[in-house]
Design a protein around this ligand. Structure first.
Ligand SMILES: [Zn+2]
Length: 279
């Protein structure tokens, strides 16, 4: 399931291969794949890709025609992928959008999503701004540390759901939340308002380190993530707790990694991440 690092890998590949290319045609196979803006689809024909941004787990293509820029936003949460022509897809019938380009290093970008519910949106500038405000909290890679500390201290409730709350901090999902909390030695159920500022600052540093390392590794390929060029992310090899229930704690404390079934599975070491540890 793509999270921030995987979306960032996608955005970087699109920039490298397609920036400045012209979108000749955008074919939508099923109308219900487009959540918003389907009636504006014909505008995009002949527009030029002038920028690619990442918001949380989503990737936004900025396309310019004459003096106007409009946007195509693809949500990669759950199972959506953006793939170049050469990348193999397991179930080609799940390719729902096909964009053909000229003047770039790639000629085609496909949107693949077996769940098929509307995950693509077409926006003008004002629509994009409203969407961003509504959907995304601060970005974990760019929010300043003091703002992150204030943001966390202003919330109530348990730590892990907050890290995954997209309207507060956009981009972290279940894989990276587990990895970040293990490395910070914080139990997933710790109450946020009981954490000291110094602990939250350490959490912030770890969060940035984990996400940056994951991006450098091309993300994590768990279930179905492939970069647009079809490659798999290698960060899965560095996972310490995610999917490791029953295995010895990598800190060699002698305990096994536990799995806690709540709204999403939590993987943690009951010794290294004891709720009784100071923090
Ligand atoms: Zn341990």
């Amino acid at each position: 399931m793509p999270e921030l690092p995987e979306a960032e890998v996608v955005a970087r590949q699109l920039r490298a291969q397609l920036l400045g290319a012209q979108l000749d045609e955008c074919l939508v196979g099923r109308a219900d794949i487009v959540r918003e803006g389907l009636s504006t689809l014909s505008w995009y024909q002949g527009s030029v890709l002038e920028g690619v941004a990442r918001y949380g787990k989503s990737v936004a293509l900025g396309l310019k025609k004459k003096e106007e820029t409009r946007y195509l936003v693809a949500e990669l949460g759950m199972t959506g992928l953006l793939l170049f022509r050469a990348a193999q897809t397991k179930y080609p019938q799940h390719v729902h959008v096909r964009m053909s380009f000229t003047g770039g290093r790639e000629t085609e970008l496909r949107y693949w999503n077996p769940r098929r519910f509307g995950r693509i949106s077409l926006f003008d500038r004002a629509g994009l701004d409203r969407y961003r405000t509504r959907r995304f909290g601060v970005d974990p890679l760019t929010v300043p540390c003091d703002e992150f500390v204030r943001l966390m201290q202003a919330r109530r409730g348990r730590l892990k759901p907050l890290l995954m709350h997209q309207q507060v901090i956009a981009g972290i999902g279940n894989i990276y939340a587990n990895e970040i909390l293990f490395r910070t030695r914080l139990h997933p159920d710790r109450l946020v308002n009981r954490l000291r500022a110094a602990t939250i600052a350490t959490l912030y540093d770890t969060m940035q380190t984990v996400l940056r390392e994951a991006i450098a590794c091309g993300g994590s390929s768990v279930k179905d993530f492939y970069a647009p060029d079809g490659t798999e992310g290698r960060y899965k090899l560095r996972h310490l707790v995610y999917g490791k229930e029953g295995q010895p704690c990598p800190n060699r404390c002698g305990r096994l990694i536990h799995r806690l079934q709540s709204e999403r599975s939590s993987f943690f070491c009951p010794f290294c991440q004891s709720k009784r540890l100071p923090g």
